[in-house]
Design a protein around this ligand. Structure first.
Ligand code: ZN
Length: 113
C-alpha cells in the first residue's frame, strides 16, 4: 500500500494555509492536467484561459514541476506555522493517516475512535 504523501496531505487538507499565489499555482496545476486531457486543443486552451493563472509569482512556484511545488509549500508551512497542521500519525504503527480526521489506520488496521 502506498504511504500517505505528507506534502500532498498538507496541500489538500490544509489548503486554507496556502498563500494566494500558492493557491493560484495549485489551481493552475490542476487546470493544466485537465487541459492536457481535453480531446479538443481549442477546448484545452479555453480551460487554461479561464482557470489558469498569469500571476508570475504563482507560475514561478511551478517552475520545477508539481512535486517541487508541493515540497516548497509543505516546507514553508511546517517551518512557519507547524502548530496549524495536525500530522495524524497512527498511534500504533506511526504511519500517516489519509486525512487529519481519520481514526482508523489503513496500514495496521488500528482504530482509535
Ligand atoms: Zn497503524
Amino acid at each position: 500500500m502506498e504511504k500517505t504523501d505528507l506534502e500532498q496531505y498538507i496541500v489538500i487538507h490544509y489548503h486554507e494555509l496556502l498563500t494566494i499565489e500558492e493557491k493560484a499555482a495549485y489551481k493552475h496545476h490542476l487546470t493544466t492536467l485537465k487541459a492536457e486531457n481535453a480531446q479538443n486543443p481549442k477546448f484545452g486552451e479555453m480551460i487554461m484561459n479561464r482557470w489558469g493563472t498569469s500571476n508570475p509569482d504563482a507560475l514561478e512556484l511551478l517552475d520545477g514541476g508539481y512535486d517541487s511545488f508541493k515540497k516548497k509549500v509543505a516546507t514553508r508551512i511546517l517551518n512557519d506555522i507547524p502548530n496549524k497542521v495536525f500530522i495524524n500519525n497512527c498511534p500504533k504503527c506511526g504511519e500517516l493517516a489519509r486525512t487529519p480526521k481519520a481514526k482508523q489506520c489503513r496500514f495496521c488496521g488500528h482504530d482509535w475512535h
